[in-house]
Every structure is written in structure tokens, then in C-alpha cells.
Design a protein around this ligand. Structure first.
Ligand code: COA
Length: 145
């Protein structure tokens, strides 16, 4: 069984989340965390996915408020050995329920080209042309809650 949980900024689970994000999202691109960016993360919501049988953190994401209506999903990562098991889907659905509960009406995100299909399956629509950030191609995607 797996479950999604809210992760407190600065907690030991948060540190596990940083390690996972580094391994899945940054290391493959040869990137490092920026300290200034991590301070900003105190203002964001952090969500993790736990494997109940081992207690291990196997996925996570960030929700970053943009304005009163819009919240942005960022840094979605699922451990390599658990990709394709429905965990990314569970994480996004959980993030949607959290965002809705606290009053947001729209979720946005910048999806790497390779995962646009994943978000489309979850009801997101493409909302921009292709754009480049740090050498990676993204498309802005949006879903009304
Ligand atoms: C992209 C990612 C978050 C998806 O999570 P996941 O747990 O592997 O995906 P799920 O098993 O929940 O997949 C849900 C559905 O989306 C599909 N899907 C998964 N990845 C996909 C992709 N890259 N493109 C198209 N469809 C995809 C699955 O086949 C599944 O379809 P189904 O419901 O018809 O069976 C995960 O693979 C990951 O962390 N990848 C590396 C990091 C990354 O690219 N993050 C996104 C940054 S924008």
C-alpha cells in the first residue's frame, strides 16, 4: 500500500524529499540545488508518497501558490524503481484535492515535453507554445479544479 502525506518544510521527511528530487530531477541534468531557492520553499506546500510496507519515501511534489486562484505544481518526482506503478497519478490527484480544499481553482505547471502525455491523461491541457528553461523544453499546462 502507498499513501500520500503532507510534508513539513525542514522535517526529516522534507530532507528525504530533497534527496529524491535531487536523484530524479537534478542529477540526470547535471544540476544542483540553489540555496536561495530552498529558502523560498518555506512558503510552499510539500507532498510526499510513502510505501507503507517499508516506510520509504518514493515520490513527491511541491505546490507553490501564484495568486488567490492559481497554484503551481512543481518538482514532481517518482523513484525510478517505482515509476509506472500509478504513484505519479496518485500524487497529482492528492495535490489537486489539497489545492481545492484550501481554495484554489486552477492548477498550472511547466511540463517537460517528455511528460506532457502523463499530464494530459490526468486532465491537464496545453496552455503555451514550447519554451526553454536552462536548456530543457517545457509546455505550460493547466487544469481547472
Ligand atoms: C513523470 C512521472 C512523475 C510519472 O509518474 P509515474 O508514477 O511513473 O506515472 P503513473 O504510473 O502514475 O502513470 C499514470 C498514467 O500516465 C502514463 N504515463 C506515465 N508517464 C508517462 C509519460 N512520460 N508520457 C505519457 N504517459 C505517461 C502511464 O502509462 C499511466 O497511464 P494509464 O493510467 O493509462 O495506465 C515519473 O515517471 C517521474 O518522476 N519521471 C521522472 C521525473 C519527471 O520527468 N518529472 C516531471 C517533471 S515535469
Amino acid at each position: 500500500m502507498i499513501k500520500c502525506i503532507d510534508v513539513e518544510f525542514g522535517s526529516s521527511r522534507y530532507k528525504e524529499l530533497l534527496d529524491l528530487r535531487y536523484k530524479i530531477l537534478l542529477q540526470p541534468l547535471g544540476l544542483k540545488f540553489l540555496d536561495s531557492y530552498r529558502e523560498e520553499e518555506a512558503n510552499f506546500l510539500h507532498i510526499g508518497c510513502i510505501d507503507n510496507s517499508t516506510g520509504e519515501l518514493i515520490g513527491g511534489l511541491i505546490l507553490a501558490p501564484i495568486d488567490d486562484e492559481e497554484i503551481r505544481v512543481m518538482q514532481v518526482a517518482v523513484d525510478v524503481v517505482h515509476q509506472g506503478e500509478g504513484i505519479g497519478k496518485k500524487l497529482i490527484e492528492y495535490a489537486e484535492s489539497v489545492a481545492k480544499k484550501i481554495g484554489y481553482s486552477r492548477i498550472v505547471m511547466h511540463a517537460m515535453l517528455s511528460v506532457v502525455g502523463f499530464y494530459e491523461k490526468l486532465g491537464f491541457s496545453q496552455d503555451s507554445d514550447l519554451f526553454e528553461e536552462k536548456g530543457v523544453n517545457f509546455i505550460r499546462m493547466v487544469k481547472e479544479l
